[in-house]
Design a protein around this ligand. Structure first.
Ligand code: NAD
Ligand code: UFG
Length: 334
C-alpha cells in the first residue's frame, strides 16, 4: 500500500515525502522535474535512509499515470504537481490552466479507474479572494481570485466538490496553505526557484547571499503595525506534517470532503521577517521601500482551529526557525 506523491521532488512535496517516509509509509513519486532537480532524491535518501521510487512523467498523461497504478498498489494520492508563480500566470494564463487543471482532472480520472479514492490537494489561501476581514475561516468559502494561478486552485476545489457530490465514496482533503517558508533542518532540502524570486523569503535569501543587491519592500503605507504587508508564514516542515495528519484522518474515515487551513494563526510583517532574519543569521538585509505590488492585501492569516481539532495538527516552529533554516539551506547552495 503506497502513497503516490505527485510533484514530490518540489519544495513542499519533498519535505512531505521525508515526513511520510519517517512515518514508515511507502512512497512513490511522480514528477516531470519542470521545477525541481533530481538531486532532491539524493537528499531525501540521505535524510531518511530510503529512496522512493520515482516516475519521471508528466502527470497530464493518463497513460503514464496508469502505468504507476498498474505497477504499484496505490492507496492514496497527494497532489502537489502544478505551476505556482502568480506573476507568470497573469502573463501566461493558458500555461497555468493547461497544466494545473488537466493534471488534476487526468489524475482523478485515473484514480477513479483504479478505484483509488483517497486524495489530498494543495490549495491556497489565495482562494479566499478579499473577504474584507483578515482572519480566514474555512466556512467563508471561495472569493474572487486575483490571478489565473489562484483561479486554478479555486476551480480544482470546485471540481473536487462536484466529484464528491457525484460519488460520495471519495475521501478527499483540501489543504489551504498560507505562506510556507523555511527549509529542512538538515539544510539539504529547501526552496530554490529559478531566476529572480517573486516571493519574500526566496528574495531575501538572494540578497543575503549577495546575488541581489537589496530587497524591495512593496509598500509601507498599509494599515498594519509598521505599514508593511502582514502574512501568516509557516514552516514547510510543519506544513509537511500537516499532510501526514491529513492522510491519517482520511485513513480513519470511510469517505468525506474535508477542508483545512494550514497556517500558524499569527501574522508577521515584511519588516518582522527582515529584522528576524538579520538577528538570527547575523546578516544585514539592505532594503528599499517601493510602491505597493498590485493585488497584494494588507494583512491576512489563518484561523487554524479546525485543523487543530480535527487533525490534531498545530504548527510548532516560529519565524526564527523559518529564517534560520531558510538560510542554512541557501548557504549550502553557495
Ligand atoms: P514546486 O514548484 O516546488 O513543486 C511542484 C512540483 O510539481 C515540481 O517538482 C514540478 O516539477 C512538478 N510538476 C509541475 N507540473 C507537473 C506535471 N504536469 N507533471 C509532473 N510534475 C509536475 O511548488 P511547491 O511550492 O512545492 O508547491 C506544491 C503545491 O502547493 C503546488 O500545487 C502549489 O500551487 C501549492 N501551493 C504552494 C504554495 C507556496 O507558497 N509554495 C502556497 C499554496 C499552495
Ligand atoms: N514582498 C515584498 N517584497 C518582495 C516580495 C514580497 O515586500 O520582493 C511582500 C509582499 O508585498 C507581501 C509579503 O511580502 O506583503 C509576502 O509576499 P509573497 O510574494 O512571499 O507571498 P504572497 O502572500 O503574495 O503569496 C503567497 C504565494 C501565493 C499564495 C499565497 C497564499 O505566492 O501563491 O502566498 O497565502 F497563494
Amino acid at each position: 500500500m503506497a502513497v503516490l506523491v505527485t510533484g514530490g521532488t518540489g519544495y513542499i512535496g519533498s519535505h512531505t515525502v521525508v515526513e511520510l517516509l519517517n512515518e514508515g509509509k511507502e512512497v512513490i513519486i511522480a514528477d516531470n522535474f519542470s521545477n525541481s532537480k533530481t538531486e532532491v532524491l539524493d537528499a531525501i535518501e540521505k535524510i531518511t535512509g530510503k529512496r522512493p521510487r520515482i516516475y519521471n512523467i508528466d502527470c497530464r498523461s493518463a497513460e503514464s499515470l496508469e502505468k504507476i497504478f498498474e505497477e504499484n498498489h496505490i492507496d492514496s494520492v497527494i497532489n502537489f504537481a502544478g505551476y505556482k508563480a502568480v506573476g507568470e500566470s497573469v502573463k501566461l494564463p493558458l500555461k497555468y490552466y493547461n497544466n494545473n487543471l488537466f493534471e488534476a482532472v487526468t489524475l482523478l480520472e485515473v484514480m477513479q479507474k483504479f478505484n483509488c479514492k483517497k486524495f489530498i490537494f494543495s490549495s491556497s489561501a489565495t482562494i479566499y479572494g478579499d473577504p474584507g476581514v483578515p482572519e480566514y475561516v474555512e466556512e467563508m468559502g471561495r472569493g474572487k481570485t486575483s490571478n489565473p494561478y489562484g483561479t486554478t486552485k479555486a476551480m480544482i476545489e470546485q471540481i473536487l466538490e462536484d466529484l464528491y457530490f457525484s460519488d460520495n465514496s471519495w475521501n478527499i482533503c483540501i489543504l489551504r496553505y498560507f505562506n510556507p517558508i523555511g527549509a529542512h533542518e538538515s539544510g539539504m532540502l529547501g526552496e530554490n526557484p529559478n531566476g529572480i524570486p517573486n516571493n519574500l523569503m526566496p528574495y531575501i535569501m538572494k540578497v543575503a547571499s549577495g546575488k541581489l543587491e537589496k530587497l524591495n519592500i512593496f509598500g509601507n503605507d498599509y494599515d498594519t503595525k509598521d505599514g508593511t504587508g502582514m502574512r501568516d508564514y509557516l514552516h514547510v516542515v510543519d506544513l509537511a506534517e500537516g499532510h501526514v495528519k491529513a492522510l491519517d484522518k482520511l485513513d480513519k474515515e470511510d469517505s468525506g470532503l474535508f477542508i483545512y487551513n494550514l497556517g500558524t494563526g499569527t501574522p508577521y510583517s515584511v519588516l518582522d521577517i527582515v529584522t528576524t532574519f538579520e538577528k538570527v543569521n547575523n546578516i544585514k538585509i539592505p532594503y528599499e521601500i517601493v510602491p505597493r505590488r498590485p493585488g497584494d492585501l494588507a494583512i491576512y492569516y489563518a484561523n487554524c482551529k479546525k485543523a487543530n481539532e480535527e487533525l490534531g495538527w498545530v504548527a510548532k516552529k516560529g519565524i526564527e526557525d523559518m529564517c534560520r533554516d531558510s538560510w542554512n539551506f541557501e548557504k549550502n547552495l553557495q
